[in-house]
Design a protein. Sequence first.
Length: 100
Amino acid sequence: MIRHIVLFKLKDYPSPEEKLSAAETVRTELLSMKAKIEVIREFEAGINEGENPSAYDVSILSTFDSWDDLEVYRFHPVHQAFIAFNKNYSVQKAIIDYEV
Protein backbone atom coordinates (compact mmCIF):
# COMPACT_ATOMS: atom_id res chain seq x y z
CA MET A 1 0.00 0.00 0.00
CA ILE A 2 1.10 3.54 -0.72
CA ARG A 3 0.58 6.43 1.66
CA HIS A 4 0.26 9.92 0.15
CA ILE A 5 0.38 12.89 2.51
CA VAL A 6 0.02 16.51 1.41
CA LEU A 7 0.19 19.66 3.50
CA PHE A 8 -1.18 23.00 2.27
CA LYS A 9 -0.28 26.46 3.51
CA LEU A 10 -3.07 28.90 2.77
CA LYS A 11 -2.55 32.47 1.66
CA ASP A 12 -2.89 35.24 4.21
CA TYR A 13 -6.41 36.34 5.07
CA PRO A 14 -7.55 39.53 6.82
CA SER A 15 -8.90 37.63 9.85
CA PRO A 16 -8.61 34.23 11.52
CA GLU A 17 -12.29 33.64 10.77
CA GLU A 18 -11.77 34.17 7.04
CA LYS A 19 -8.76 31.85 7.04
CA LEU A 20 -10.75 29.16 8.85
CA SER A 21 -13.57 29.55 6.35
CA ALA A 22 -11.10 29.14 3.48
CA ALA A 23 -9.60 26.06 5.17
CA GLU A 24 -13.07 24.55 5.55
CA THR A 25 -13.79 25.21 1.87
CA VAL A 26 -10.56 23.49 0.82
CA ARG A 27 -11.21 20.56 3.18
CA THR A 28 -14.75 20.09 1.85
CA GLU A 29 -13.49 20.08 -1.73
CA LEU A 30 -10.77 17.57 -0.83
CA LEU A 31 -13.21 15.23 0.89
CA SER A 32 -15.49 15.24 -2.14
CA MET A 33 -12.78 13.48 -4.17
CA LYS A 34 -13.06 10.22 -2.20
CA ALA A 35 -16.38 9.25 -3.78
CA LYS A 36 -15.29 10.33 -7.26
CA ILE A 37 -11.88 8.66 -7.63
CA GLU A 38 -12.18 4.89 -7.46
CA VAL A 39 -8.50 4.13 -6.72
CA ILE A 40 -8.54 5.93 -3.34
CA ARG A 41 -8.65 3.34 -0.52
CA GLU A 42 -8.52 5.68 2.48
CA PHE A 43 -8.78 9.45 2.57
CA GLU A 44 -8.96 12.00 5.34
CA ALA A 45 -8.47 15.74 5.39
CA GLY A 46 -7.80 17.91 8.40
CA ILE A 47 -7.48 21.54 9.40
CA ASN A 48 -4.63 22.55 11.69
CA GLU A 49 -5.83 23.46 15.17
CA GLY A 50 -2.42 24.21 16.67
CA GLU A 51 -0.77 27.57 17.04
CA ASN A 52 2.72 26.86 15.71
CA PRO A 53 3.49 29.67 13.22
CA SER A 54 5.38 27.28 10.93
CA ALA A 55 2.47 24.81 10.73
CA TYR A 56 0.61 24.14 7.52
CA ASP A 57 -3.13 24.81 7.44
CA VAL A 58 -4.78 21.84 5.72
CA SER A 59 -3.63 18.25 5.29
CA ILE A 60 -4.63 15.08 3.51
CA LEU A 61 -3.65 11.55 4.35
CA SER A 62 -4.58 9.05 1.68
CA THR A 63 -3.83 5.43 0.87
CA PHE A 64 -3.63 3.61 -2.46
CA ASP A 65 -3.13 -0.05 -3.30
CA SER A 66 -0.15 0.60 -5.58
CA TRP A 67 2.14 3.19 -7.12
CA ASP A 68 0.12 2.80 -10.33
CA ASP A 69 -3.07 3.74 -8.47
CA LEU A 70 -1.36 6.81 -7.05
CA GLU A 71 -0.46 7.82 -10.62
CA VAL A 72 -4.09 7.30 -11.71
CA TYR A 73 -5.14 9.62 -8.85
CA ARG A 74 -2.51 12.24 -9.72
CA PHE A 75 -3.77 12.58 -13.26
CA HIS A 76 -7.48 11.97 -12.62
CA PRO A 77 -9.64 14.86 -13.93
CA VAL A 78 -11.26 15.34 -10.50
CA HIS A 79 -7.85 15.70 -8.85
CA GLN A 80 -6.68 18.04 -11.60
CA ALA A 81 -9.81 20.15 -11.05
CA PHE A 82 -8.98 20.34 -7.33
CA ILE A 83 -5.45 21.52 -8.13
CA ALA A 84 -6.86 24.35 -10.27
CA PHE A 85 -9.44 25.21 -7.59
CA ASN A 86 -6.83 25.21 -4.81
CA LYS A 87 -4.64 27.80 -6.56
CA ASN A 88 -7.13 30.36 -5.26
CA TYR A 89 -6.42 29.31 -1.66
CA SER A 90 -2.99 27.76 -1.16
CA VAL A 91 0.43 29.30 -1.64
CA GLN A 92 2.62 26.35 -0.66
CA LYS A 93 2.43 22.58 -0.34
CA ALA A 94 4.58 19.71 0.87
CA ILE A 95 4.16 16.10 -0.28
CA ILE A 96 5.48 12.77 0.87
CA ASP A 97 4.72 9.35 -0.67
CA TYR A 98 5.90 6.08 0.84
CA GLU A 99 5.15 2.38 0.94
CA VAL A 100 3.49 0.94 4.06
